[in-house]
Design a protein around this ligand. Structure first.
Ligand SMILES: Nc1nc2c(ncn2[C@@H]2O[C@H](COP(=O)(O)OP(=O)(O)O)[C@@H](O)[C@H]2O)c(=O)[nH]1
Ligand SMILES: [Mg+2]
Length: 461
């Protein structure tokens, strides 16, 4: 038998959101800012390896708990003690008209094992909430209060704690269905374990599997980002002439934009979110374009990336594009001698081979600043998805402020980008990597992943 959790509370406290977050499923129920969105009782099973561990039941919010509590204290209900009044009340006329919503909750009370009482801590503990608690307590089932909306500080947090403690509810759980913290969820499950010791091992396996899933999701996300960097760095487009013509440049830019879009799409899939949850920046409905294009000079500037050499070629080429010949960036031509060392100066044969390559072909490739941008944007997105609750209704926009929230990343960005640059340069010399699937043990991919991993940490409060 699974544990049956009944999610109750006032309208709009985030009951449906809590269930979505626990299920990691955006499709459960309906969520809205308007009271009375959930009008009926709906249950969902939380399973592990095909076994149902928990049944979560969503309910409509209490609408008139004060009125219901008054009714309970009057005849004929006052003659019933304990939980007995509930069954009797549910058969009464009142349960069909005045307290129709409340009756839906009351009917579930006998069937559940634990009541999760969700409160919105932005609201003070008013009389109506206290009456809800008294009504629920009369069912003689364990109550676990969930202090929801706790990602932002609330002046009422302590009053809630005190009020609940006065009602012998000490094991309260801070939660936020939108900004997700695994630690909070863990505490919730630990509470359930202590209330239902027979199910201890089941919940323990659930916790372990959640932890492992989070870990492997994070490393898969990092791997996708490493792949994006290698693919972008190794992509090149042969120019039909030099200087490159606009249609060549456009085609190449689109090729790179597609790579990033594909990465975003796969990342969202990995975290079980929808494409609509994230936009590469405020999407302008009017013009129908992204406002932060990876190849716009302003974008690079906003992300604090120096446009350096590309600013010079930028006028003709578009920022972020470089031209290279024979696999070497023209921007790097000045340091060509340094890279090739003595052989460039003296090794005649080597020099000739290079020369013929140099004269023969011109390629477009992505420059370091754009590769840096792709890397930072990717990291900011992974960090966000890693703690985005599945009930979140806000569209995340990928801009510089998304990066600034990641303080650790901001601190290390310079040294990170410097360390990554040689890997990008190396990938530039391997155009074949852009064409093929990169093996799991691809050396550069692994090396980049190792550098990025420490930047995405388990989120803690
Ligand atoms: N910031 C924040 N918003 C939340 C949280 N829980 C719910 N919401 C929002 O509050 C509104 C009501 O949520 P909903 O789940 O429909 O509440 P219900 O009526 O109790 O089922 C929605 O707009 C949610 O996105 C939370 O923990 N934090
Ligand atoms: Mg609801």
């Amino acid at each position: 038998m699974s544990i049956s959790l009944l999610v109750v509370g006032h309208a709009n406290t985030g009951k449906t959101s809590l269930i979505r977050t626990l299920l990691r499923q955006q499709s459960f129920g309906e969520i809205s800012n308007q009271a009375g969105t959930t009008r009926h009782v709906e249950s969902a099973a939380l399973t592990l390896s095909g076994k149902t561990l928990l049944t979560l039941t969503d309910t409509p919010g209490f609408e008139d708990s004060i009125g219901l509590w008054n009714a309970r204290q009057q005849t004929p209900f006052s003659s019933y003690s304990g939980a007995d009044w509930i069954a009797y009340f549910c058969q009464s006329q009142l349960a069909q008209d005045e307290f129709e919503q409340e009756a839906k909750i009351l009917k579930q009370l006998n069937r559940c094992d634990i009541i999760l009482y969700v409160v919105d801590i932005r609201q003070a503990p008013l009389g109506k909430y206290l009456d809800e608690l008294t009504l629920l307590a009369s069912a003689s089932k364990p109550i676990v209060p969930i202090l929801n909306f706790s990602a932002s500080p609330s002046a009422h947090l302590e009053t809630w704690r005190k009020t609940l403690a006065e009602r012998h509810l000490h094991a309260v759980i801070r939660y936020d269905s939108v900004a997700f913290y695994f630690e909070d969820e863990k505490r919730l499950y630990q509470s359930i374990q202590s209330l239902m010791p027979d199910h201890y091992d089941d919940i323990e396996s659930l916790l372990k599997s959640r932890e492992e899933a989070a870990k492997s999701r994070r490393s898969a996300a990092i791997e996708l980002l490493s792949e994006l960097q290698i693919k972008a760095a190794s992509s090149r487009k042969r120019c039909s002439q030099h200087p490159p013509i606009q249609s060549d440049i456009n085609a190449f830019e689109n090729q790179i934009r597609d790579l990033e879009n594909h990465f975003i799409h796969r990342l969202l899939q990995l975290y079980a979110f929808q494409d609509e949850d994230v936009l590469p920046d405020t999407f302008s409905v009017k013009s129908g374009t992204w406002q932060q294009d990876i190849f716009a000079l302003e974008t690079l500037k906003e992300w604090g990336l120096s446009t350096g050499a590309s600013a010079m070629t930028g006028a003709a080429l578009g920022a972020g594009i470089d031209v290279m010949t024979g696999g070497l960036s023209l921007g790097a031509a000045a340091t060509l001698g340094a890279i090739l060392g003595a052989s460039w100066q003296t090794g005649r044969h080597y020099k000739d081979t290079l020369k013929s390559k140099l004269t023969g072909r011109y390629y477009l490739c992505v420059d370091t600043s754009t590769l840096s941008l792709l890397c930072l944007r990717g990291l900011a997105l992974i960090a966000h998805l890693d703690q985005r609750g599945h009930a979140s209704q806000q569209i995340f926009t990928l801009n510089n402020s998304a990066l600034e929230e990641q303080t650790e990343l901001v601190k290390q960005r310079k040294s990170l980008l410097n360390t990554l640059t040689p890997f990008w340069k190396n990938a530039q010399q391997h155009p074949e990597w852009a064409e093929q699937d990169l093996a799991k043990d691809h050396a550069s991919k692994q090396a980049i992943s190792r550098l990025l991993s420490p930047l995405i940490k388990t989120n803690e409060r």
